[in-house]
Design a protein around this ligand. Structure first.
Ligand SMILES: Nc1ncnc2c1ncn2[C@@H]1O[C@H](COP(=O)(O)OP(=O)(O)OP(=O)(O)O)[C@@H](O)[C@H]1O
Ligand SMILES: [Mg+2]
Length: 258
């Protein structure tokens, strides 16, 4: 997907993406401060908002190939199972109940198949919304802060599911998260936004370990950056308690690392 001169005014806020490329089959991370325009950009990509100007080249993807999950998922007033198969129904695909059961089992929801979906805990709702996004085999998936509320086991499960998907059939992901450790583990490419603009794009190392842009250095200095190299240019005070870099599982779409 390629984005050209995309513009959207929302009150005082103006999103202006001169150029952004979301290479197919790669896990992309979208990072930046609160209010910098990440969710606005996601909604423009999904067609939920209409741009004031510019163009998105979907490179053959249609709205049926795209999906998005958010931190507060919208669930139908229905059972867990009916919510799960909803994307299939709207696309005219006959649900395979055994496959649906396998998805539920994968994230520990098998005993809750017939439960009213809105009575699930918030973490369970996020899991349901995540597998609901995957069940119709989309080609482009936006994950807007869906992992923010999860316990460590569930976070690990999400990461595993994303990387497993990439091993089986690589799709394009745009993962928005303030938890940079996820971005570091998962992403092949990171896009950094500030005040409605993309100010840098590169590998997680380039953007999160050795940032050139002063705005990124200042963002990192005030964020969760305990894994950073204290010798790195721009490493702030928070870098002092550095952990070893976690081993990166294969399949995040980086050249030579699949
Ligand atoms: N309908 C609207 N009217 C006016 N301003 C809006 C509207 N929707 C969003 N905005 C503003 O647009 C800016 C970008 O919002 P957006 O939700 O895209 O930020 P974000 O990067 O996703 O932030 P966060 O990390 O907090 O989720 C914010 O300043 C927000 O207040
Ligand atoms: Mg947002």
């Amino acid at each position: 997907m390629k984005i050209f001169n995309l513009r959207k005014q929302m009150g005082d806020f103006c999103l202006q993406i001169d150029r952004m490329e979301l290479a197919p089959g790669v896990v992309h991370g979208l990072v930046g401060s609160n209010g910098c325009g990440k969710s606005t950009l996601s909604k423009l990509i999904m067609g939920i908002l209409t741009p004031d100007g510019g163009r998105i080249d979907y490179e053959g993807l249609t709205p049926r190939d795209l999906t998005m999950t958010s931190q507060k998922p919208y669930l139908l007033h229905d059972t867990v199972y009916q919510n799960l198969i909803y994307p299939l129904k709207v696309r005219g695909i006959r649900p395979d109940e055994a496959e649906a059961d396998a998805w539920l089992a994968r994230c520990g929801l098998e005993g809750k198949k017939n439960q009213y979906a809105r009575s699930l805990s918030s973490g369970e709702q996020q899991k349901l919304s995540f597998i609901r996004a995957l069940i119709f085999h989309p080609s482009f998936i936006i994950v807007d802060e869906t992992m923010s509320n999860l316990d460590p086991d569930s976070t690990e499960l999400f990461e595993e599911m994303i990387l497993e998907q990439q091993r089986i059939r690589p799709v394009t992901w745009l993962i928005i998260s303030h938890q940079l450790i996820h971005i570091r583990r998962l992403c092949g490419c990171v896009h950094f936004m500030e005040k409605g603009r993309q100010i840098a794009q590169g590998t997680p190392e380039e953007i999160l370990l050795y940032p050139q842009h002063p705005a990124i250095r200042s963002f990192l200095a005030s964020t969760e950056v305990f894994y950073r190299d204290p010798e790195a240019p721009g490493a702030g005070k928070a870098a002092a308690g550095r952990e070893e870099e976690p081993e990166r599982p294969a399949g995040n779409g980086r050249d030579g690392e699949r």
